[in-house]
Ligand binder design. Structure first.
Ligand code: ADP
Ligand code: MG
Length: 215
């Protein structure tokens, strides 16, 4: 099963709606250990993607991801803007000349996450979006070469993302604004981990609908 970029408008819409649905919650998370602007930053980027979604659907995956990354970089701002932007720009570059089945996607996503870690100088365990992105990348890579069907894989990705998001609650922040709070950051979920999980969960739920219908 392979998805074509014509699925992008539905995915962008699903991610946008999921973030909008939890906007107040995310703002409260970022207010607790950051400066409270994360959801507004991200929604600026999602709005720009919504406006471009039909044009993005016309591109191949490499160009679409690079364009998404550039749109996010130029609209989101904050620490998260350059990180989400880097994720997609790198995915676009990584996927060039590669067939885009699950293996190709898993490899491109892993490279995208690696570049987020490099740019943020962040590893797992530092209470950031990386605590969601990295386990998802690892899970994708571990199953990409196996005959796991999408019907099984998509809910697994959702569970891995939720577990990663949950794991940030007990962590002490050592990167980003939350690090200024040091041990007072413990007990709060990281806002960027929450939005990363919300978008991933929304995207896999949407993909499940598309893979269920015969095409
Ligand atoms: P800012 O912190 O500049 O106000 P946002 O509020 O938009 O930016 O984004 C904050 C989120 O960005 C955090 O919750 C965290 O998940 C992520 N983040 C911040 N710094 C880093 C970093 N160095 N590495 C990875 N993620 C980071
Ligand atoms: Mg902030």
């Amino acid at each position: 099963m392979e998805f074509k970029p014509d699925v992008l408008p539905a995915l962008i819409k699903a991610a946008t709606e999921a973030v909008a649905h939890h906007a107040e919650e995310v703002t409260a998370l970022d207010q607790a250990i950051g400066d409270g602007d994360h959801v507004i930053n991200l929604q600026r980027g999602l709005q720009a993607l919504m406006e471009q979604r039909e044009a993005l659907a016309q591109l191949d995956w490499c160009s679409a991801w690079q364009k998404i990354g550039m749109i996010l970089m130029s609209t989101v701002g904050g620490a998260s803007g350059s990180l989400f932007g880097t994720l997609f720009v790198t995915m676009g570059k990584a996927a060039i000349d590669q067939p885009l089945g699950l293996l190709g996607f898993a490899a491109a996503f892993a490279q995208g996450v690696a570049s987020v870690k490099l740019r943020g100088k962040t590893e797992v365990g530092e209470k950031t979006m990386v605590d969601v992105l990295q386990p998802v990348a690892e899970h994708l890579q571990s199953v990409a070469g196996t005959p796991t069907g999408l019907q099984l894989l998509l809910p697994e990705i959702d569970r891995v993302a939720v577990a990663g998001m949950d794991s940030t609650r007990a962590m002490l922040a050592s990167k980003g604004r939350a690090s200024f709070m040091a041990e007072r950051s413990v007990g709060h979920i990281d806002a960027g981990a929450r939005t990363s999980q919300l978008m991933i969960s929304a995207i896999v739920a949407e993909l499940a609908k598309h893979s269920a219908s015969p095409s």
